[in-house]
Every structure is written in C-alpha cells, then in structure tokens.
Design a protein around this ligand. Structure first.
Ligand code: ADE
Length: 226
C-alpha cells in the first residue's frame, strides 16, 4: 500500500479535502494510506516553537529546520520514501506527467510551507522535488498538498471505478477533454449534439477528437506544441 505522509504546521486545514470523495474511497479501500503530521509534535522546545524570524531581517516568519528534520527522520526510520516533496510557489508547476509519475512511485513525504516558507537547509539537504500548483501565492501548502494528492491518488489502479475514465481526462495526451452531456437530450430548446445520440461509436469518437482539438487550439494552444 502506498503511503503519503503530509507534514504541516496546521494539519486541521487538511481534514476536509481528504474526508470525502475519491481520496477517502482510496483510503477506505486500503489502496493508499495518508497520514498528517503536526509539526508542533516534533519541536523539542518547551513552547513547541516551530517558526522564527528570518536571519538578515525582513517581514514574515520561517518554519524552523529542527521540527521538520525531526519529523522526516521519524518517518524514515520506519519506511522508505521515493520522494520528499516541498509545496511552494517558487518551483516547477504541477502537470499531468508529474502526477502520473508520482502515482506509480513508492511512498511520498509532502512538506507544506507556511508564512515565508521553510528554512532553506531543508530544501537543500532533504527535499528531492519541489512543486507549485500555479503562479499565485496561497497562505500555506496545505491546499496545494491536497491538490497534488487528489491528482495522484485518482490515477492509482483500482481507485476509480471506471478505470478508463482517468485515461480520457484532459491533459492525459496534452489535449483537453471534449464536451460531455447527459439526460435530458433536449432542455428548453437546448439540444445535445445529434451525433452523440446516433449510436455510431466511430462517428462519436471522431466528433470527440475534433472537439478536443478545437477546444485545445482555442483555449490552450501551448499544449499542442508540447
Ligand atoms: N504555497 C503557497 N502557494 C503555493 C503554490 N502556488 N503552490 C504550491 N505551494 C504553495
């Protein structure tokens, strides 16, 4: 069973995204184990301090090296990990290729930053991969960690009921997914494209491919040159 360990200063922020839907189903099916680790429990200071002012001055607190170091060491004593990932906006942006790779890797440690980030020495010496979820800054790495986990977990075989459905997602072939419709076929004079009701599977496939291509060309032409 794949293990994902998430290290956070505010683990309560992680609860809701993991308590429903696909990720909960994967945990319930024992396909993946996801554990939250509260940094405060790994601080050796009396006051459970986990952050401090940055050397050289400047606003904002930095997560200290010692609690993160202790937590990583604690985890590595019991298990092997393929990657130690740090969620941060100053990193390469997550894409489907990365999620695919991580879905078939071994166990993962994910570190959530907070405030101004984490002591650089953790990044230099323990982190093996850094991931941003987009060019905008969030208050912490918890939501990005949930985004990353969701994108990974849904790709693990056995998690989705209809296994082909992950293969036809947007981005799987650097192309956006085609439009989808469900019943009723006519609603207030808004009609579902006739081809989808034709029963001709070959025609339907051709239509979907055409729509995918048109949509990608219009919205994300950058994907077509990849
Ligand atoms: N932490 C704060 N903002 C982030 C982002 N855009 N991606 C990953 N981690 C973050």
């Amino acid at each position: 069973m794949k293990k994902i360990e998430i290290i956070s200063a505010t683990p309560q922020l992680l609860e809701s995204p993991f308590s429903g839907s696909i990720m909960k189903r994967a945990v319930d099916k024992k396909i993946v184990q996801i554990n939250f680790h509260d940094l405060k429990n790994f601080s050796s200071s009396k006051k459970k301090q986990i952050d401090d002012y940055q050397f050289g001055g400047g606003s904002g607190m930095v997560l200290m090296i010692e609690p993160i170091f202790n937590c990583i060491n604690f985890l590595k004593k019991n298990d092997k990990y393929s990657e130690v990932i740090y969620m941060t906006p100053d990193a390469p942006i997550l894409d489907q290729k990365t999620s695919n790779k991580l879905s078939i890797s071994g166990n993962l440690i994910i570190i959530c930053g907070h405030y101004k980030g984490i002591d650089q020495r953790i990044r230099d010496n323990f982190v093996t991969m850094e991931i941003s979820i987009g060019d905008y800054v969030l208050s912490g790495g918890e939501l990005p960690a949930a985004v990353l986990c969701d994108s990974i977990v849904r790709l693990i075989p056995g998690v989705l009921n209809d296994e082909t459905s992950a293969l036809t997602d947007s981005f799987q072939d650097n192309i956006l997914a085609p439009p989808v419709y469900t019943r009723p076929s006519s609603f207030n004079e808004m009609e579902v494209p006739a081809v989808l009701l034709s029963g001709d599977q070959k025609k339907i496939e051709n239509w979907r491919e055409k729509k995918s291509f048109e949509k990608t060309k219009k919205i994300r032409p950058d994907l077509l040159s990849k």
